[in-house]
Design a protein around this ligand. Structure first.
Ligand SMILES: *Cc1c(COP(=O)(O)O)cnc(C)c1O
Length: 429
C-alpha cells in the first residue's frame, strides 16, 4: 500500500495500528523510558539484534528495549518521514544541529578533508570551523558560483586531496537563495573517490524539503533537516532528521544511541501532528510567496528580489532550479532602497509579519541577516556573499497573501514617507 499511495494520504495512519492502544485513532504519547520483555529469552533476542550479534530472521520484529534506543513515537515518525524522501530509513534528533553534528562526527575522522558549501547555516559553519578543526578535521568552503573545475583545483591546492572524504551542501543557500548543483557535486566526489573509498555527500534540505526537493534522487548519500522549520512548521518545537540508505542510517543511529541525542517522545508526537498538514501548509506558503514576490518586484522602493520564482531563464541557477526543484519555495530575500537605517525602519513598521529568526512556520517571519543570523560572518565574506545592510529575509507563512502584501506595502510606505515628503518639498521650492 505504501508504494501505491501518496505520502500525504499516509501521514495520518501509516505505521500505527489503533489496536495497539485501545483503538485510539491517534498515536498516543508513549511517555516511558523502558519496555518490559515477555520472557528473558525475548530480552536476550532483542539485545542480540541491538548489538548486532546476529542477523535478524525474516519474520522477526526488532523489539523495544529502552527509549534512548527506540520508542514508538520515534519509530512511527521516522517511518513516515521516509515516505517523502523515498529513503530506506531515518533518524530523528532533538535538533537540526544534533542531526548535522552527528552526521559529521560519524562520517569524518581526524586527518580527513571536508568540502562544504558556503554560506552555510551559522551553527553548521561554527561546528565545522571551531569544533571539527579542533579534532583535526580540515575543511574548505566553496561558493555557489564556482565551477566544477575551480572546485577540483581548490581541493587539489590544499595538498590533502588524498584525504578528501566528504561533501556537505546546503542548497538553496541562506539567505541569498543561490543554488548548488548536486550532480556536479556527485561528479566531484566520484572524481576523488575510489572503489575502496567513496566520497560521501550530505545535503541540508531544510529550505525546500521534503516536498520540493529530493537530494537522494540527485546523488546525495544523506539528506538532513532542521525539522524545526517546515516539518514542524508551527514554531513550537526544535528537532532534526537524517535520511538515507539502511547501512548509513544504521551508522547514524548507532552514534545517536551513544551521544543520546535522539528526539524525545513528545517532540516526535508534535512532529507526527505536524506531518499531517505538511503538504497543504507548504503549498499555501509557496502560493503566497509567489504573490508577495511579484508585489515586491514591482515596488519602486525594492532594489532586488532574490526568489527562485524569478530566476533569469538563461542562467546556470535556472538550469539547476529546473533539475532539482519542483516549486519556487516560500523563502524570499530582498534589498530595500537605502541601507540598515531603511531596512530597520521597514522591519519596525510591519504589523502582521513578526520580526524573528527561524523559518518555515505557519506565521510569516522577517529578519535582517547582516545583523542577525549572519552577524558572526566576517565583513569581507559578508559582502562577497551579498549579505548587505539593505537585505531582508522573509519566510512566507499561510496567511492570506493579500494581508501580507498590505502589511509590506504599508511598512514600505511608512519607511520612505518622510524621504518622499522631503523630495516633494524640494520640487516645490
Ligand atoms: C535552523 C537551521 C538549522 C539548525 O537547526 P536547529 O533545529 O535550529 O538545530 C540547520 N540548517 C538550516 C538550513 C536551518 O535553517
Amino acid at each position: 500500500m505504501k508504494d501505491l499511495l501518496s505520502p500525504e494520504s499516509l501521514m495520518m495512519t501509516y505505521g500505527y495500528e489503533p489496536e495497539w492502544s485501545e483503538g485510539a485513532i491517534k498515536t498516543p504519547l508513549f511517555l516511558t523510558s523502558t519496555f518490559t520483555f515477555k520472557t528473558a529469552e525475548e530480552g536476550k533476542a532483542y539485545f542480540e539484534l541491538a548489538y548486532g550479534l546476529r542477523e535478524k530472521d525474516k519474520s522477526e520484529e526488532v523489539g523495544l528495549i529502552y527509549s534512548r534506543i527506540n520508542n514508538p513515537n520515534l519509530e512511527i515518525l521516522e517511518n513516515r518521514l521516509c515516505l517523502w524522501d523515498k529513503a530506506d530509513d531515518c533518524a530523528v534528533f532533538e535538533s537540526g544541529m544534533s542531526a548535522i553534528s552527528t552526521v559529521l562526527l560519524e562520517f569524518l575522522k581526524p586527518g580527513d578533508l571536508l568540502l562544504f558549501s558556503s554560506p552555510t547555516y551559522g551553527g553548521t559553519d561554527h561546528f565545522i570551523n571551531h569544533f571539527l578543526n579542533k579534532i583535526g578535521v580540515d575543511s574548505i568552503g566553496f561558493h555557489p558560483n564556482q565551477t566544477k573545475e575551480e572546485i577540483i583545483e581548490l581541493i587539489e591546492k590544499t595538498g590533502k586531496a588524498d584525504r578528501f572524504s566528504y561533501i556537505y551542501i546546503e542548497t538553496p543557500a541562506n539567505p541569498t537563495n543561490e543554488l548548488i548543483d548536486l550532480k556536479m557535486c556527485r561528479e566531484i566526489a566520484d572524481f576523488f573517490g575510489t572503489p575502496e573509498k567513496r566520497v560521501g555527500i550530505a545535503v541540508d534540505n531544510t529550505y525546500m524539503g521534503p516536498l520540493w526537493s529530493s537530494p537522494l534522487q540527485h546523488g546525495a548519500d544523506l539528506v538532513i533537516y532542521s525539522a524545526t522549520k517546515y516539518i514542524g512548521g508551527h514554531s513550537d518545537v526544535i528537532a532534526g532528521a537524517v535520511l538515507g540508505n539502511a547501512e548509513r542510517i544504521k551508522r547514524v543511529k548507532t552514534l545517536r544511541t551513544f551521544l543520546g541525542n535522539m528526539a524525545s517522545p513528545h517532540t516526535c508526537w508534535l512532529l507526527l501532528r505536524s506531518l499531517e498538514t505538511l503538504k497543504i501548509r507548504m503549498e499555501q506558503q509557496a502560493r503566497n510567496a509567489k504573490d508577495v514576490a511579484s508585489f515586491l518586484e514591482h515596488h519602486a522602493d525594492i532594489k532586488e528580489v532574490l526568489f527562485l520564482g524569478n530566476l533569469d531563464k538563461s542562467s546556470r541557477a535556472y538550469r539547476i532550479y529546473k533539475e532539482q526543484y519542483t516549486s519556487s519555495g516560500a523563502m524570499i530575500s530582498f534589498r530595500v532602497a537605502g541601507g540598515e537605517k531603511e531596512a530597520f525602519r521597514f522591519l519596525n513598521e510591519l504589523r502582521l509579519i513578526k520580526l524573528a529568526v527561524s523559518l518555515g512556520s505557519t506565521e510569516s517571519l522577517v529578519q535582517h541577516p547582516a545583523s542577525m543570523t549572519h552577524a558572526g560572518v566576517c565583513p569581507v565574506l559578508k559582502m562577497k556573499m551579498g549579505i548587505t545592510d539593505d537585505l531582508v529575509r522573509l519566510s512566507v507563512g499561510i496567511e492570506n497573501s493579500k494581508d501580507l502584501i498590505w502589511d509590506i506595502g504599508q511598512a514600505l510606505a511608512a519607511t520612505y514617507q518622510t524621504e518622499k515628503e522631503g523630495k516633494a518639498l524640494l520640487v516645490y521650492q
